[in-house]
Design a protein around this ligand. Structure first.
Ligand code: FES
Length: 100
């Protein structure tokens, strides 16, 4: 299995919003208020989760709540759809990445 550690998304504009602290795979991370979980995670690394069958990294597809490819696990075992859920302070998200 490959490890995807480089950010998939890069901010190019509108970076003046308030910061939102969360954890990603147990490490401190920050996003901007109003970011979706998908944006918050993919500006930190290159995957949202691993495919349940192949183990391949996944990063969402439709970005509009239709494809179900962006489910992310939280540290307490819940699942949330990353493209249609806003990041909130203190969220603890897991991507299934291999340790660096
Ligand atoms: S990316 Fe398709 S449902 Fe979220």
């Amino acid at each position: 299995m490959s490890s995807v550690s480089k950010a998939l998304l890069h901010r190019v504009a509108e970076a003046g919003r308030a910061g939102v602290a969360f954890t990603l795979d147990g490490q401190p991370a920050s996003a901007l208020a109003g970011d979706t979980v998908l944006t918050a995670v993919l500006t930190q690394c290159g995957q949202l989760r691993r495919n349940e069958f192949s183990g391949a990294p996944r990063a969402g597809f439709c970005m509009m709540g239709a494809c179900q490819d962006c489910w992310v696990l939280t540290a307490d075992g819940a699942r949330l759809r990353a493209c249609s859920t806003f990041i909130e302070p203190g969220m603890a998200l897991l991507t299934g990445r291999e340790p660096a």
